[in-house]
Design a binder for this molecule. Structure first.
Ligand code: NDP
Length: 294
């Protein structure tokens, strides 16, 4: 059965919009998310546009700051410092990847952790690792909610994660192993050096795939009845208007015949990632409000 991220994201968007309306009807300003976009990368532009649209839907203020591809790191850091100081801004994200002459770690660390709604700052990653309250990065946060809101039990299950990136695979493996719900799974984290990958994926009760290779996971790699979460999004050339189609890392048509639950691409993890970002922005806003009234 499909784990429908699009439908769940619509439900949660309504919940957030209701909460924002309650806040603004008390005379408070709405939450405000700023996205920084450097350069002209097509996929990045689409992602930022989707985030902007989601902000509108839930009633947030949103600002997109666009910088030319040859912007210096110094200029970018100066802008981030100004945003950190701006009390009217609750959340800041810098769309990755950045041009090669700009250091991603330096930029990520320049963001005030209390506005780091992508959850990429070391402070927030540290808190996540220790199981403390923090901004869980948007994709893993969205996946947790897909599991939770569909009543999928994770406790005691074997979760196999394919891919160990800092934004998806690794945090996902930490979250699934924490003593919480969802969580309490026994986790195996696999990557490109894993020998005989299929022998691990076939052991998974919950298989989370984030490697960026279209239709890499085939039906013979999946245990019958497994829950399959497909994070991958790759543009594959096609003879249509756009000139491409989006493909996941899982061969959906064949794997859906063996899996109990599976996320489609598009319409699975993607919309839930945006929801994770909206929820983190609301959280940042509420934390600021609480600090001001404390
Ligand atoms: P990265 O490229 O940062 O990481 C890919 C990971 O996959 C690496 O750890 C790599 O291993 C591993 N890997 C590569 N080849 C193999 C292999 N043959 N067998 C096992 N492991 C392998 O990717 P991301 O995590 O950033 O993204 C993964 C995919 O998810 C992409 O398609 C991306 O577009 C998509 N994505 C989707 C999001 C959404 O909202 N739906 C959000 C973020 C990403 P090693 O470390 O050894 O190199």
């Amino acid at each position: 059965m499909d784990l429908n991220g699009k439908a769940l994201s619509d439900v949660i968007k309504e919940e957030i919009a209701r909460e924002v309306l309650e806040l603004t009807s008390k005379g408070l300003r709405p939450p405000h998310l700023v996205a920084i976009l450097v350069g002209e990368d097509g996929a990045s532009k689409t992602y930022v546009k989707n985030k902007e649209n989601a902000c509108k839907k839930v009633g947030f203020n949103s600002t997109v700051m666009r910088f030319a591809a040859d912007t210096t790191e110094e200029d970018l850091l100066r802008e981030i410092a100004a945003i950190n100081e701006n009390d009217q801004i609750d959340g800041l994200i810098v769309q990755l990847p950045l041009p090669a002459h700009i250091s991603e770690p330096r930029v990520t660390h320049a963001i005030d952790p209390s506005k780091d709604v992508d959850g990429f700052h070391d402070v927030n990653i540290g808190k996540l690792t220790k199981g403390e309250d923090t901004f869980i990065s948007a994709t893993p946060y969205g996946i947790l909610q897909l599991l939770d809101r569909n009543g999928i039990e994770t406790s005691g299950k074997h979760c196999v994660v394919v891919g160990r990136s800092n934004i998806v695979g690794r945090p996902m493996s930490i979250l699934m192993s924490r003593n919480d719900n969802p969580g309490n799974a026994t986790v195996t984290l696999t990557h490109s050096r894993t020998r005989d990958l299929a022998s691990y994926t076939r052991m998974a009760d919950i298989l989370i795939v984030a490697l960026g290779r279209p239709e890499f996971v085939t039906a013979d790699m999946v245990r019958p009845g497994a829950v399959v979460i497909d994070v991958g999004i790759t543009r594959v050339d096609a003879q249509n208007e756009k000139g491409y189609v989006l493909k996941g890392d899982v061969a959906y048509e064949e794997v859906k015949e063996v899996a109990s639950w599976i996320t489609p691409v598009p319409g699975g993890v993607g919309p839930m990632t945006i929801i994770g970002l909206m929820q983190n922005t609301l959280k940042a806003y509420k934390q600021k409000l609480a600090n001001r009234t404390a």
